[in-house]
Structures are given as C-alpha cells and as structure tokens.
Ligand binder design. Structure first.
Ligand SMILES: CC(C)(COP(=O)(O)OP(=O)(O)OC[C@H]1O[C@@H](n2cnc3c(N)ncnc32)[C@H](O)[C@@H]1OP(=O)(O)O)[C@@H](O)C(=O)NCCC(=O)NCCS
Length: 164
C-alpha cells in the first residue's frame, strides 16, 4: 500500500473511536467486554511519547490501518519481564500487505531508541508470524484460561554496535 505512515497515537486522537471498536470486536469474545468504552480509556493511557505505555498507529490518506504498542507489563503474573510489544492489530481489509510487520518494526525502533535491549510479547496463535519477524518462544503461558506462548526478541541498539 502506498503512502503508509506510522505515527504516535498522541498525534492522531481522531483514530481512537475506530481503534476501540476494532480491538473490542477482536477481544470481546475472550474478555467478555460489553462495550468499547473501556478500550477508549485504555487507548487514552497510551497517548505518550516520553513514557510507557506508547501506542503507534499506521495510516494512509486519513485512513486508519492498524496499531501496536510498547507497554511496561502486558501479562498478569509476569511482571518480572519488561517491556512488552502488545496490542498489535491491523484492520481486516488491510492485512497481508506488510503493515503488521511495519508496526512491529516501529515499536522495536521505538524501544531501541529508548535503550531497551529485549522485548517480550504473548500470543495465543500468531507464533509462526512473529517467528518470521525474528521472535523466539520463551515458554508457554496461560491467558484467560487459554494456552499461548511468551516470545522474546533481543534488540541491537546503536550503542551495542558502536561498542563492538
Ligand atoms: C497478525 C496481524 C497483525 C498481521 O498483520 P498484517 O498486516 O496482515 O501482517 P503482514 O502483512 O506484515 O504479514 C501477514 C502475512 O502477509 C504476508 N505478507 C506480507 N507482505 C505481503 C505482501 N506485500 N503481499 C502478500 N503477502 C504479504 C506475510 O508473509 C504474512 O503471511 P502469512 O499470512 O502466511 O502469515 C493481523 O493479522 C491482525 O491484526 N490479526 C488480528 C489481531 C492479532 O491476532 N494480533 C496479534 C496478537 S498477538
């Protein structure tokens, strides 16, 4: 897709209602949420660039395409691991065009530029997709009574390259 831009969510609050609706539809069957309202609240906490959590949005020509976030914690009971790539979502009409991969890369770059050396994520079913993006499985986990995996990715920072 041409003209895809990735920006901080804080620069595009106009996308919050659509994002909340997408995330609500994706997860309500698992989380039992009744309305997208809680999603709007959670997204608003991600309107940062100088502290976590931070959300990014992919968009083109005023059209929202997807989102991803960098969070201190993302999985109850695993507060020993930090920080996390979370909330990765691409609108169903815009998938399979590399937008998800670009969003993950934006979060990784954001983490790198904040001197973060390792990122974590958990996924119920996208292990193969994340593996192709350089993530490896750290171990199994349970989320909402469902089995998934924690994955991790070491990030090379500019400082690492210079000190070699
Ligand atoms: C997982 C998800 C974010 C992927 O987003 P995406 O934008 O489709 O991702 P990409 O386009 O980067 O890669 C997806 C696929 O398209 C392929 N692809 C990438 N660029 C492509 C291109 N230009 N042409 C055709 N295929 C392409 C990739 O190889 C990959 O193949 P696969 O379907 O066999 O795995 C998206 O499917 C989604 O939002 N799913 C629902 C929410 C979710 O599960 N999030 C993850 C929670 S852990």
């Amino acid at each position: 897709m041409r003209g895809v831009q990735i920006s901080y969510l804080i620069e595009h609050p106009e996308y919050i209602p659509q994002l909340a609706q997408w995330l609500f539809e994706q997860w309500d069957s698992i989380l039992g949420e009744e309305t997208p309202e809680a999603r709007i609240k959670k997204l608003k906490t991600h309107m940062n660039r100088d502290k976590l959590p931070i959300a990014w949005v992919a968009h083109a020509n005023g059209q929202l395409l997807g989102t991803a976030a960098l969070r201190v914690h993302d999985l109850e009971g695993r507060e020993d691991l930090t920080p996390w790539l979370g909330g990765v979502f691409v609108g169903s009409h815009f998938r399979r065009q590399g937008i998800g991969a670009a969003l993950c890369a934006a979060v990784e770059n954001g983490a790198r530029s904040r001197a973060i050396h390792t990122l974590y994520l958990f996924t119920l079913d996208k292990q193969a997709w994340f593996s192709r993006l350089g993530w490896t499985i750290l171990g199994p986990c349970i989320w909402q009574q469902r089995p998934g995996d924690i994955m991790c990715k070491p990030l090379q920072t500019v400082a690492d390259l210079v000190s070699r």
